[in-house]
Design a protein around this ligand. Structure first.
Ligand code: RIB
Ligand code: CA
Length: 312
């Protein structure tokens, strides 16, 4: 069976790091490249974190440096309260020798998609600045994007404001470009990630996996669990980003509902809100498949298999 080609755009970030680990070794996926954006931390830090994960696990995946600022907003948000000053506090890595590719991530996205047969899935697990800039730079890439699977948004409660989820809030204009692109979008929001909590029972289960990935998972999640408990009171961190990859590995892990989703880029109070038309009141045609439920047992099975895919 032919592997699904994937470009993962991310802002590592503890959960982004797990998403990289899951995508890189899946027998079903061909991870063509990792493009990095500012988000959980500034760009220098998110790029370093992506390189550290790839170097530590000896992943033969090119890493590209992308946008360090939102498309339009002057204010940049980062999340040291969740991910620490480095953006990936917790694990200690060997001195970094791996380097990012010389090409800018946005140009890599444009060039790779244009040259493709239209068979590349773009996954974003951070602010969507890189993808949106690529779309604006050369709209000819649009028919070349097989589909977009993104971690972001919520039709319920936000996590960075009462209304908004971090990835969308950090660059709502970019999210607007993506959600108006006309491409098939699967939105993995907080609505389902808050059901995939890395509880002590999960940590005990994954702690049995003596592969480099299993050990790194425990180091990463030990820190992430602590900050999520401190900030939100969760008994385990919601493992947001890897759900996008798990969905590509086994689409039955999610239940989705077609909805018209509009990004609030105008208001102050609800800036960055994903207004998902759950009850189809807008009269607008759906532009996204929004995840409304997750098979949590199946998700953790996928995570375990992904960690075991690394040689001991
Ligand atoms: O709101 C959660 C999302 O914001 C996750 O992708 C996390 O890594 C941060 O980017
Ligand atoms: Ca992220």
């Amino acid at each position: 069976m032919e592997k699904r080609k994937v470009i993962l755009d991310c802002d590592p970030g503890h959960d982004d790091a797990i998403a990289i680990m899951l995508a890189a070794k899946s027998p079903l996926l061909d991870l063509l490249g990792v493009t990095v954006v500012a988000g959980n931390q500034t760009l220098d830090k998110t790029v370093m974190n992506a390189l550290n994960v790839c170097q530590h696990l000896n992943l033969d995946v090119p890493v590209y440096r992308g946008c360090g600022q939102p498309m339009i907003r002057d204010k940049q948000v980062v999340a040291p309260n969740i991910h620490g000053e480095s953006g990936l506090d917790g694990p200690v890595f060997a001195p970094l020798t791996r380097q990012a590719e010389p090409q800018h991530a946005v140009l890599y996205l444009v060039e790779t998609l244009l040259q493709s047969d239209g068979d590349i899935t773009v996954v974003t697990t951070g602010p969507m600045t890189n993808l949106a800039m690529a779309i604006r730079l050369n709209p000819d890439i649009l028919p070349k994007i097989k589909e977009i699977v993104l971690m972001g948004g919520t039709y319920q409660l936000g996590n960075v404001t009462p209304a908004a989820e971090f990835n969308v809030f950090a660059d709502a204009d970019a999210a607007h470009v993506v959600f108006t692109s006309g491409r098939k979008i699967t939105m993995v929001g907080l609505d389902v990630s808050r059901k995939a909590l890395c509880l002590p029972s999960v940590m005990a289960r994954m702690g049995q996996i003596q592969t480099p990935a299993g050990k790194l998972f425990v180091e990463i999640m030990t820190y992430f669990n602590q900050t999520q408990k401190q900030v939100f009171g969760w008994d385990g961190a919601p493992l947001h980003d890897p759900i996008t990859i798990a969905f590509l590995i086994d689409p039955t892990v999610l239940t989705t509902k077609a909805m018209f989703t509009q990004i609030d880029i105008r208001s102050d109070q609800s800036y960055g809100r994903t207004n998902c038309d759950f009850f189809q009141k807008s009269g607008q045609q759906p532009n996204s498949f929004v995840a409304v439920d997750i098979d949590v047992a199946k998700f953790w099975d996928i995570i375990e298999a992904g960690l075991r895919a690394y040689d001991e």
